[in-house]
Design a binder for this molecule. Structure first.
Ligand code: BES
Ligand code: ZN
Ligand code: ZN
Length: 498
């Protein structure tokens, strides 16, 4: 992660490799805005004409390189396109494009736009920080030589025309927290599966939680069996590394609300004896993205000092094939006493979540939100830019939707129709873990989860598509883990504090 700092310098005074200003795409030509115009003036160039000659139109993510010829301390100015009618999300993406366009290991200064973007100044600064950090992100742990990936040194934020330094600083500080949390999730999800088998991952979570001064409790395999967590124990029994349930809590004084965040943490999903084809397995190290997301969210909420009690539950298991693995038609007994006939061992996420949700409901929190890479059907329905959300409580759902709007992490509501409840009927147990054929796969999974939430207000976010990006969008996103949901959950909890 680059180091961020706010400076009071002007764009021409700041001593860095490149200084970034933004421009929008107007209805007839480039919309420079006050900051780019001021920079052009100091450089004594007709910036609009130069940009036109470079065929720069201000399109989202477009970058023009303008040498400053000794008229600014930075030898290079980057003008980055925001697209038409830019909002704070366009600014985040443009800032990411700027970070990608900067040379490796160099220092950058970014002018937080004084106009063009419809948002308060702290929000603009926050988006600039998140964008630059996510754009520059690369997973480098296993590279023997320096990667071709973007990596930045220091990123200085300068206030654009009319921006108060204090506002820039406040936004920067908040942005660093949400960025760090998103990067934590990306790193954990990108980690190869051998490096994060449940006991090792639980240890790592313990360290992370302790560093963040959070309380942490790890339920090991014995505790899980003794405690009636038949789903987590069952899914984990095919692996030589046993499952874990990790509980991370943040309990600030005078909190009036308690939210429990539950994450699916399958550290590798082979499908079990209902084995996946190899092509379906290549990305399955990401099947713990829900767990990584709820962990990162609770650390961010704590760093922000939000006055809401938050407990994150990470249900960690490795879904393997072995002589000890659960069989198709085995029956598991969950934490709330409900029994489930396992008719497909690849529908394992709902089995571990069932226990974690039932356990969460026991402490009667004000809300439970679970996050999971749960169904292939979610990817088919909504792709990898929009997560699915469903649940039992309109307030929780509306709160998540508001947070999605605010953070640009899109979610879309699906129903949980009672008419489909019989899809889950089993002839030998209380429920079976799959529906009828391929019908309504995401919704059926959600309806299964609902059976374990008692009467606690609950919502479920299926991030199967959005957790991972195979191609990269060239701005916020390279290839691999996205960290989708961290900023959303953090914002949701913050909004609950009022
Ligand atoms: N981890 C997968 C879901 C998944 C698929 C996540 C693709 C990300 C990308 C999950 O455990 C799974 O395999 N679900 C099955 C359920 C089915 C057997 C009812 C699925 O969606 O095919
Ligand atoms: Zn599976
Ligand atoms: Zn899975």
């Amino acid at each position: 992660m680059p180091a961020f700092e706010s400076r009071k310098h002007s764009a021409t005074e700041v001593d860095v490799a490149a200084v970034v200003v933004f421009a929008a795409k107007g209805t007839d030509g480039i919309e420079l805005g006050a900051d780019a115009a001021a920079l052009g003036k100091s450089l004594r160039v007709d910036l609009a004409a130069e940009l036109e000659a470079l065929r720069f139109e201000g399109k989202a993510g477009q970058v023009a390189r303008i040498p400053t010829r000794g008229r600014a301390k930075a030898p290079l100015a980057l003008v980055v396109g925001l697209g038409e009618d830019p909002d704070v999300h366009a600014l985040r993406r443009a800032s990411a494009a700027a970070a990608r366009a900067a040379s490796k290991d160099s220092d950058l200064a970014i002018v937080v736009p004084g106009d063009l973007v419809e948002a308060p100044v702290p929000g603009r600064a926050e988006a600039v920080v998140e964008g630059a950090g996510l754009g520059a992100y690369a997973f480098t742990t296993y590279r023997s030589k320096a990667a071709d990936a973007p990596s930045l040194g220091t990123v200085a934020l300068l206030g654009g025309q009319g921006c108060k330094h204090a506002d820039v600083k406040a936004g920067l500080e908040r942005g660093e927290i949400t960025l760090r949390a998103t990067v934590l999730t990306r790193d954990l999800v990108n980690e190869p599966p051998a490096g994060k088998r449940p006991p090792a991952l639980a240890k790592r979570v313990e360290e992370i939680a302790k560093n963040a001064r959070l309380k942490v409790k790890v339920h090991d395999e014995k505790a899980l069996l003794d405690g009636g967590f038949g789903g987590i124990a069952g899914v984990g029994q095919g692996s030589s590394e046993p499952p874990r349930l990790v509980e991370v809590s943040y309990n600030p004084p005078r909190a009036k609300t308690h939210v429990m965040l539950v994450g699916k943490g399958i550290t590798f999903d082979t499908g079990g004896v209902s084995l996946k084809p190899s092509s379906g397995m290549t990305t399955m190290k990401m099947d713990m993205a829900g767990a990584a997301t709820v962990l990162a969210a609770v650390t961010a909420v704590a760093e922000l000092g939000v006055k809401v009690k938050v407990t994150a539950l990470l249900a960690l298991a490795e879904n393997m094939v072995s002589g000890d693995a659960i069989r198709v038609s085995d029956v598991l007994t969950h934490r709330n006493g409900k029994t489930v006939e396992v008719l497909n061992t690849d529908a394992e996420g709902r089995l571990v979540l069932a226990d974690a949700l039932a356990y969460a409901a026991e402490s009667e929190p004000d809300a439970i939100v679970d996050v999971a890479t749960l169904t292939g059907a979610q990817v088919i329905a909504l792709g990898n830019k929009v997560a699915a959300v469903m649940g039992s409580d309109d307030d929780v759902l509306a709160g998540l939707e508001a947070a999605a709007e605010a953070t640009g992490e899109a979610i879309w509501r699906l129903p949980l129709p009672d008419e489909y409840r019989d899809h889950l009927d089993s002839s030998v147990a209380d429920l079976k873990n799959i529906g009828k054929g391929r019908e309504a796969g995401t919704v059926i999974a959600g309806m299964f989860l609902r059976e374990f939430t008692a009467d606690v207000p609950w919502a479920h976010i299926d991030i199967a598509g959005p957790a991972w990006d195979d191609s990269g969008d060239g701005m916020l996103q390279g290839k691999g883990a996205t960290g989708m949901g961290v900023r959303l959950l953090t914002r949701y909890v913050e909004d609950l504090a009022g």
